[in-house]
Design a protein around this ligand. Structure first.
Ligand code: ROI
Length: 170
């Protein structure tokens, strides 16, 4: 049985909506992968250095047979195919794909941490996640993500502004 993985998408350079749509299509086209849900698009102020454009963010859910390590490698490959530049830490990027959750798995290796270690601090992750998976619980805190979102002082900073066109092959 494939496990359900949740992936965060972000872009703040160039055709932001186009990059999100291309990233989503590439994720949905991974071998054996079924796209289960896609959130609205949220426009969000940058976390980190403020002298960069606002982001568009979304979260999708896939049923993935790859396993978390292979999925992470596949996400990095997709990022690179979309000219992502990794030069500046916490700087602007054309396409960011973060593996947030892989089922209930807890992993703490040098290359991969699950659940994503910063997700509970980020309304641009939790708002779209709670939209598509309102009953989901954090595997470590065992609390619903909706409770973590409610605790963020800037939980209203992520604003839904539209939707992504679903890829044809989904
Ligand atoms: N800020 C927002 N709003 N959205 C992101 O996707 C995002 N990604 C990042 C940093 C630079 C931390 N800030 C962000 O990697």
């Amino acid at each position: 049985m494939p496990e359900r993985a949740h992936i965060g998408l972000g872009s703040n350079l160039g055709d932001r909506r186009g990059y999100l749509a291309a990233g989503l299509a590439a994720v949905a086209a991974l071998p054996g992968t079924h796209l289960a849900a896609v959130s609205s698009i949220y426009e969000t102020p940058p976390l980190g250095p403020a002298d960069q454009p606002d982001y568009l963010n979304a979260v999708c859910a896939i049923d993935a047979p790859l396993g978390p390590v292979a999925l992470l490698a596949a996400l990095h490959k997709i990022e690179n195919q979309h000219r992502r530049q990794r030069h500046i830490r916490w700087g602007p990027r054309t396409l960011d794909l973060d593996l947030l959750l892989y089922g209930e798995r807890v992993i703490d290796s040098a290359d991969l941490q699950l659940p994503h270690p910063h997700m509970n601090d980020r309304s641009f992750v939790l708002a779209p996640l709670c939209e598509i998976a309102p009953d989901l619980h954090h595997p470590l805190t065992a609390r619903p993500f909706t409770a973590h979102l409610a605790e963020l002082t800037h939980s209203d900073a992520a604003r839904a502004i539209g939707s992504l066109a679903l890829p044809e092959n989904a």
